[in-house]
Each structure stands twice: as C-alpha cells, then as structure tokens.
Design a protein around this ligand. Structure first.
Ligand SMILES: *Cc1c(COP(=O)(O)O)cnc(C)c1O
Length: 217
C-alpha cells in the first residue's frame, strides 16, 4: 500500500505548481480491488474513494460505511440511466455526466428528493469515438443545459487518449472549465497525476499506484 507515497507526491506537485497545500483531492480508485487492500487504506485514515460501476459500489461501500465514518464516494465510470437513482443514493459526487438524458434523469430525482451529488461533466477531449463524454465543441452548451436544470455542476472531467501527451488534454479541459466559470477539474490518474496537478487538477483519480494492479478476471 503506497497511499502515503502518493500523498507526498501530490503535496510536492502542488508546491512545484505554486498551488496551496491541500488544494488537490485524492480520489482512491478502488474498483476491482479486494476488500483487504481497500480496508488498509481506510485504516490509514483515507476517506475519499472512486468506483467505476454502481453495482460494484453498492456491493462494497454500505458495508464499509458501517465501520468507517465520513466515507466520500465518487462514481467515475459510465452511468446508465437506470442506475441513476442508486448512484445518487450512494455517492457524494458523479464525474461522468455526458448526455442530456442523464442530466434530465438526475434533475428529476434531485427535485423529488431535494438532494443531489456534486456533478462533473465528462469531456471527450481526444474526440475518441469509443469514449464517453461530450465533445469539446459541445461542452459550453451542455454546461448551460445542466445549469438550466439547476444541477450542481462543480467541474469537468476527462480521460486523455492513452497514446497521447496528456498535458495537452488537461490544458484543454482547464480552458473549457475556466471560460464556463467552473472551479473543479477531475483529471490525472496513476501515470499522469503530477502533470494534471500542474495544469490545475482539483481531483486526481488514482487506482493502481495506490492499490497495485487490478485483478482483471
Ligand atoms: C480506473 C480509473 C481510474 C484509475 O486508473 P489508474 O490508472 O489505476 O490510476 C481513474 N479514472 C477512471 C475513470 C477510471 O476508470
């Protein structure tokens, strides 16, 4: 478990970028990790976690919440409309808002319950056909549409193409966020979180560098 190592690297990257200590939140991505390694990180005092799939999160986190207070859960993977209610009950933030239908479903449930997680709009900065997210050219309009629905949009999220220099994608996301007055930037994973911090990330999503390689079976 190298939680403390990642925390030190985040602190060093904040300092190198001239950013305030603690300005970057670490989301420990626990998807497909065995319970005992997740529990090591909980025992070390960390409380902010990310999960890709609602189903997996629902099978894991209510149990941990019986033992550990203050857990903050972020849903970071693609969200199907029929899982929205469950996601909103479980999570304090959803990072994968990427289409009007999803925004509409969240708005209806938020109206009904009076509560809504913090939302991040996913932008497909590499314009990859297989990847979720709104296109950069559609982002401003979609942000406005979500705001029109009174949704609590906190920021933007991206996953750069694996073969490309991530810094360009982080810079593009930061530019779109800035012109839309959005403070949150969910960007940077195990291999590139320091670059993301240099470009202004407020939330880095780090999995394998904390927990080790995932069991992909
Ligand atoms: C799995 C995942 C991560 C973490 O990836 P690592 O390379 O293990 O740090 C971050 N963001 C999303 C959306 C993911 O699905």
């Amino acid at each position: 478990m190298s939680l403390s190592e990642i925390q030190s690297r985040i602190a060093a990257a904040e300092e190198a970028a001239g950013r305030a200590p603690g300005s970057v939140s670490l989301i420990a991505v626990s998807k497909m990790q065995p319970d005992d390694v997740v529990e090591d990180v909980l025992r070390a005092g960390h409380r902010m976690f990310g999960e890709n799939r609602v189903q997996e999160a629902a099978g894991k986190w209510p149990r941990f919440r019986e033992t550990y207070d203050g857990i903050e859960l972020h849903i970071i993977g693609p969200l199907q409309s029929n899982k929205v209610r469950q996601a909103m009950e479980l999570a304090q933030a959803i990072h994968s808002i990427d289409r009007p239908k999803l925004a509409g479903a969240i708005a209806r449930i938020a109206q009904e319950t009076g509560a809504c997680p913090d939302l991040f709009i996913q932008v497909n900065t590499g314009e990859e056909p297989q990847k979720a997210g709104v296109l950069p050219s559609e982002a401003d309009a979609f942000v406005a549409e979500c705001r029109g629905l009174d949704l609590p949009v906190r920021g933007l999220m991206c996953i750069p193409p694996v073969e490309e220099e991530p810094t360009l994608h982080f810079a593009l996301l930061a530019k779109i966020a800035e012109r839309n007055g959005l403070p949150g930037l969910s960007m940077g994973m195990s291999g590139d979180f320091e670059q993301a911090i240099r470009q202004g990330a407020t939330h880095v999503r780090v999995g394998s560098a904390i927990f080790g390689a995932r069991d992909t079976h």
